[in-house]
Write a protein that binds this ligand. Structure first.
Ligand SMILES: NC(=O)c1ccc[n+]([C@@H]2O[C@H](COP(=O)([O-])OP(=O)(O)OC[C@H]3O[C@@H](n4cnc5c(N)ncnc54)[C@H](O)[C@@H]3O)[C@@H](O)[C@H]2O)c1
Length: 284
């Protein structure tokens, strides 16, 4: 039987409606709408498209904000100063330094300058620590949070589930593994140096893949009826956006997320949700 396709756009629409409703309800009490600013360094085309999507989606739910375009030749210290200056404005609830940064700039000291209470991307060490310890009150990075929402939407019971994550990146694999452990799943993390990927993925109830290698996961990599979440997005020379899964995965998976229209839109919703949380906490 072909896999059930889990529609990320529909889930994103639901979550955005919840965010919009919560903002509307609290607006008069807070005295101002939530604000999310993004610092975009250099003219990376993919990042620019992603940032404009966030801006547009934010406006629709009642989040204001600005994109600060910064030249790629900015120095580390000048960029640090820019981040500090932006945060002098108390009406700023969320601040994102869009990654990746152009070569020569070290992201980690810069991410550590973002106020943890406004770190809606969840990359500040304080928020990373809270996530790892399962302590509430921080922010989970948007892509892993969106993936978790998808798993819950698919109706999977995470406690005791065998989940294989194909990524050990700071952006996706590591935070997702922590979140899944906090939900008592049995988590295996695979990556580019894993010796026999299929040996791990083929025994999993859930495979989450975010390698950025189209065709990496085939039907031979998964168990019959598995839930497969494909978070990768790779734009081919033919202009087609692909994930990691080969088309034959749909013949064997129980549930599958499409690319595009799967994890991507839910990631944006998770970011808007985090911004709403920051605003609620800061104006509470
Ligand atoms: N859907 C979204 O909202 C969203 C958000 C961010 C990133 N992405 C996509 O997710 C993908 C990964 O992004 P990233 O920033 O984490 O990348 P990254 O390069 O930092 O990490 C890639 C991970 O995949 C692993 N990997 C690479 N090749 C592999 C192979 N052949 N076998 C097994 N593992 C392999 C690497 O070891 C690493 O852990 C990209 O396609 C990116 O476009 C999607």
């Amino acid at each position: 039987m072909p896999a059930r396709i889990l529609d990320g756009r529909a889930l994103a629409k639901e979550r955005n409606a919840e965010t919009a409703r919560a903002i509307q309800e609290r607006l008069s009490l807070a005295g101002r709408p939530p604000r999310l600013d993004v610092v975009l360094v250099g003219a990376d085309a993919a990042s620019a498209v992603y940032v404009r999507n966030k801006e547009r989606a934010g406006k629709k739910v009642g989040i204001e904000g600005r994109v600060h375009d910064v030249s790629a030749d900015i120095t580390q210290e000048a960029l640090a100063e820019r981040l500090r200056a932006l945060q002098a404005d108390d009406a700023l609830d969320g601040l994102i330094l869009q990654l990746p940064l152009p070569g020569g700039l070290d992201p980690y000291p810069l991410l550590a300058l973002i106020d943890p209470a406004r770190d809606v991307d969840g990359f500040h060490p304080e928020n990373t620590g809270k996530l790892l310890s399962g302590v509430p009150g921080g922010f989970a990075p948007a892509t892993p949070l969106g993936i978790l929402w998808i798993l819950l939407e698919a109706g999977i019971r995470l406690q005791g589930a065998e989940v294989v994550v194909v990524s050990h990146s700071n952006l996706i694999g590591k935070p997702l593994a922590a979140m899944l452990m906090n939900h008592d799943a049995t988590v295996t993390v695979c990556h580019v140096h894993t010796r026999d990927l299929a040996a791990h993925t083929s025994r999993a109830d859930v495979v989450v893949t975010a390698a950025g290698v189209p065709g990496l996961i085939t039907k031979d990599h998964i168990a019959e009826g598995a839930l497969v979440v494909d978070a990768a997005t790779v734009l081919g020379d033919d202009g087609v956006l692909r994930g990691d899964c080969a088309p034959d995965v749909a013949e064997k998976a129980g549930t599958l997320t499409p690319v595009p229209g799967g994890v991507g839109p839910v990631t944006v919703s998770a970011l808007l949700h985090n911004t709403r949380l920051a605003w609620e906490r800061r104006t509470g």
